[in-house]
Design a protein around this ligand. Sequence first.
Ligand SMILES: Cc1ncc(COP(=O)(O)O)c(C=O)c1O
Length: 342
Amino acid sequence: MALRRAVAVPREAAVSIGEGATPLVECPALADAMGVGEVYIKDEGHNPTGTFKDRGQTGAVTAAAQHGADTIALNTAGNAGQAAAAYAARADMDAHVWLAERAGYTQKAMVEVHGGELHVVEGEITDAGAGYAERMEQEDWYSTKTFVTPYRHETKKTMLYETVEQLDWEVPDAVVYPTGGGVGLVGMHKGATEFRDLGLIDDLPGMYAAQAAGCAPVVRAWDEGKSAHEAWGDENISTVLNGIAVPDPGASPMILDALEESGGGAVAASDEAILDAAVEIARTEGVEMGATCAAAAAGAFDLAESGELGGEDTVVLLNTGAGNKDVDTLRSHLGEREFEAE
Ligand SMILES: Cc1ncc(COP(=O)(O)O)c(C=O)c1O
């Protein structure tokens, strides 16, 4: 009951396809390899369209319906666009989705399968954002874009609520999150703060932003002690991990505040380390981590090695999406490894 009152959209009105209530999978081999007490993977791959973006779009599309909208629009790295098209279909709305060329085939294809209007833009997510913004000047559409609607980070709080419940109300020492725009990280931190203020938990989990070294504006700002990021520059992006190839995350002050307030931090890993981590977890734990998502695992390895995570710590890794949504990236990494081994 407490949870129903804790999110700003009423459950009875929810545009829902059965999102949430995802498993928290204990990973003892991973904990051993990392040298920490316990590791759990919050497996968001179990959501209706295969990622945590469903939690955000159920909130945003529910709000759109409550506000009388008939068309939603956003620019996205890919998964949020697929989720938006799905929830718009469920609510009998139209959806316009702007994506960069580099977005995955699955995400592009499924926007259209759900009946959404796909706008593919040459360049990076920044260019997709410019295309979206230009069209929005002429249209009266309802935005479900990152941090334009407050309902996405509002409903992402449920990832934290569930995690704490699944740990029998123990607060993990660290939550490591693959960070692009930071919606999930900000949402989880907001959820933890509210749980603390309600007296349900005593401490906040340390929130850690994990990024790809080839696009790490949040990590750079954190390392330099800044309160906001400086744009990474599209020309400097060097990562195949689409979900976190976000060079100019406008909400970086909120992300950096969350890291500071929770006693967490930020960490960047190479694409190679990230994709290796996804493969090793698939092989040792059987969990299918998305390519982007494995930044959380590679980042946690680095944090453990540097002593930021200790031998008794309980660590939660966010597997924000299913491995099979990124199958091309994962399989081609295996191919590269096989080629180098020859
Ligand atoms: C699988 C996956 N993980 C993480 C992210 C980054 O999410 P956020 O904007 O909340 O940082 C994305 C964004 O597209 C994603 O698709």
